[in-house]
Design a binder for this molecule. Structure first.
Ligand code: ATP
Length: 612
């Protein structure tokens, strides 16, 4: 049985953050799922750019044209000033004013088209990233999910995907408009007079220095912030799942304290990133306003030198003023972009955890169902070995019972036999093939691990059973045969809607014994070469469980079965028994042989038999 460490009560109050400085929260949980390095996110974005090149080009061109059209107004206004000063005819001024109106209409139409196309681009990219993420999640090794806890994964699938969609849907168009505006205005000013570019230099320097300061701190800050959300989600999920236990033990206040501590960590992390923005924004805002002033200064100087007309000065200043709105919007979106970008690092990080596809290079040399464990060592954490050199050979169709004291390593060995974890040293071969060389799918085809915690999915009983089959529309006879094999056909028949009874979340809870029977029926349908049962009948009353194991043995004849059990009749009925103690197999033989040996199995049996 997999166990979780006994939670320690939280510290009264988490330490106060040290602002400014390093991340203000506790370090990101080392067991959390990994986070992709920044270059990987850029690589993925570049790939998106390549894959959707023409559409992206269209978006950029439309934004640039829209910005160009928006520049007609300040440009023509300058011309109007010069024309009025030179005493031009009113009709000419009217034509120029009409040109401004026409340009504004064109700008609105181009902007509409640009936004529509950028939404097309953004939605396409978002759909791709989501699909990639779902694929990665489905391929996650069970071991990684167990280590990280569900909170991290739930937080990534919910919050991070959401923040990514905000970035793609809202922030990218704003960034595109802002970027295009700055670029086009800069080009227009240089066109007006190359020396006007000098007016941008002081602001460029301020932006460069302050952005560097921000960029050095922000990624870690946002990463820590999102890590605290994972922790918070895990805490909430623990509270919901363990509500009855907490209530029974009167530990609600203790759990409240833990949640408070998690909320506070999240608060401190958010405060830190908020602080970073608070320091960074003023220089940004100042610099784009400062550009208007310096433009005025440079343009004035050029006017005195006779290089620019009064109207051209007005155009130059109008142009810089026109930058302020898009830049303000851009600044508003920076937080969303940072959160979205970090979310993407976390989502791509899950891809890095996908199980190795396996080389598939090893030919199937052994008989299907033969298991060979050789010199297997394994520990969950470096420096602590749970399995210390296990050797075990099972012939095809053999039934082995694994017994031993709690914490001896039985479940761990079961997980290694099923390829949930790969050994630190040694090999596990099934059908002669090293499990480490197989893809997750290939491993699951050969070995299935069934623990005592089984899940009932929302849907009908038939759908729950058909999960084990490639073909969803499995014929009902097959489903009934599987149910009969696990002694479940009678109660399913007694239900008014039989196989079409809806179960799972939102429906009446099934009896835990029935849940285990369904899980066993799924295994019968999946028909693997090797089956590892870890307390898979523990919820069923002993008498029925023994009968069930008997009928299951009939159905699974020819399949190798490893049953981890505390009820020793399982050992009595098995072909051989392995006693695991201290991470090693200390006794191996038939029930009678081990009894005759008078070792630890005999002791266990006598104690159990005495109780039973
Ligand atoms: P039981 O009969 O109580 O289920 P077991 O013999 O199956 O016990 P395991 O569950 O394999 O024993 O545990 C062996 C050791 O590994 C124990 O010390 C346990 O605390 C530790 N352990 C088990 N699962 C994990 C895990 N996911 N992370 C860290 N340590 C673990």
């Amino acid at each position: 049985m997999t166990r979780t460490a006994e939670p320690r009560p939280p510290a009264d109050r988490p330490a106060a953050p040290s602002l400014p400085g390093g991340p203000p929260t506790a370090p990101v949980d080392p067991t959390a799922l990994p986070v992709a390095p920044t270059p990987l996110v850029w690589r993925r974005l570049r790939r998106a750019g390549r894959d959707h090149g023409p559409l992206l080009l269209l978006v950029v061109v439309l934004y640039a044209l829209a910005t160009g059209a928006a520049l007609v107004a300040p440009w023509v206004l300058g011309m109007i000033i010069d024309a009025v000063r030179d005493g031009a005819a009113p009709a000419r001024v009217d034509v120029m004013a009409l040109a401004i109106v026409a340009a504004l209409l064109v700008n609105a139409a181009l902007l509409l088209a640009a936004v529509a196309q950028s939404i097309r681009f953004g939605e396409g990219l978002l759909a791709e990233l989501r699909e990639e993420f779902v694929r990665s999640v489905l391929r996650l090794p069970l071991g990684a999910v167990e280590r990280a806890g569900t909170g991290d994964l739930v937080s990534r699938t919910g919050r991070d995907v959401n923040s990514l969609s905000v970035m793609v849907r809202e922030s990218l168009p704003v960034f595109a408009t802002g970027g295009a505006t700055v670029l086009v205005i800069l080009v227009a000013q240089v066109f007006l007079h190359p020396a006007l570019a000098l007016a941008w230099l002081p602001s460029a320097l301020i932006i460069w220095v302050s952005t560097r300061w921000y960029a050095r701190r922000a990624p870690e800050g946002y990463l820590a912030e999102m890590g605290t959300y994972s922790r918070l989600t895990q805490g909430v999920s623990d509270t919901v799942e363990g509500a009855h236990t907490l209530e029974a033990l009167g530990r609600q206040e203790w759990q409240d304290l833990r949640t408070d501590a998690d909320v506070r960590r999240a608060y401190l992390a958010e405060r830190y990133t908020l602080w970073l923005r608070t320091v960074w924004y003023p220089p940004l805002e100042f610099s784009y306003m400062f550009t208007s002033a310096t433009t005025f200064l440079v343009a004035g100087f050029l006017y005195v030198q006779g290089e620019l007309s009064l109207g051209q000065i007005a155009t130059a200043v109008f142009l810089t003023v026109q930058m302020s709105r898009p830049l303000e919007h851009l600044i508003d979106q920076i937080d969303n972009v940072m959160v979205g970008f970090t979310g993407m690092r976390r989502l791509l990080g899950v891809q890095g955890t996908e199980e190795t596809p396996g080389t598939g290079a090893e030919p199937e040399t052994g008989e299907p169902g033969a298991v060979a464990v050789e010199g297997v060592r394994f520990g969950y954490a470096p420096g602590t070995e749970v399995l210390r050199g296990v050797d075990l050979d099972l012939r095809p169709g053999e039934r082995l019972a694994m017994v031993g004291p709690s914490g001896a390593g039985k479940s761990t060995l079961g997980k290694l036999l099923a390829g949930v974890y790969l050994p630190g040293a040694g090999t596990v071969r099934v059908g002669g093939v090293d499990l480490a060389a197989l893809s997750p799918e290939e491993r699951r085809e050969r070995v299935i691990l069934l623990s005592q915690e089984s899940h009932v999915f929302r849907g009908t009983l038939a759908e729950n059973l058909a999960l084990a089959l490639e073909d969803d529309g499995a014929d009902r006879e097959r489903l009934w045969r599987a149910l009969e094999a696990v002694d479940a056909a009678t109660w399913v028949r007694s239900l008014p809607e039989g196989l079409d009874t809806r179960v799972g979340s939102g429906q009446d809870a099934l009896d835990p014994a029935h849940v285990q029977q369904l899980a066993l029926a799924r295994v019968v349908l999946a028909d693997p070469q090797v089956l590892v049962l870890d307390e898979a009948t523990s919820m069923i009353d002993p008498r029925s469980a023994r009968r069930l194991e008997g009928s299951l043995a009939g159905v699974l004849a020819g399949r190798t079965v490893v049953a981890i059990a505390h009820r020793l009749y399982t050992a009595h009925d098995a072909d051989r028994v392995a006693v695991v103690d201290g991470g090693e197999i200390v006794e191996l033989g038939t029930h009678d042989e081990l009894l005759a040996r008078g070792g630890s199995y005999a002791e266990l049996w006598n104690a159990w038999h005495g109780e039973g």
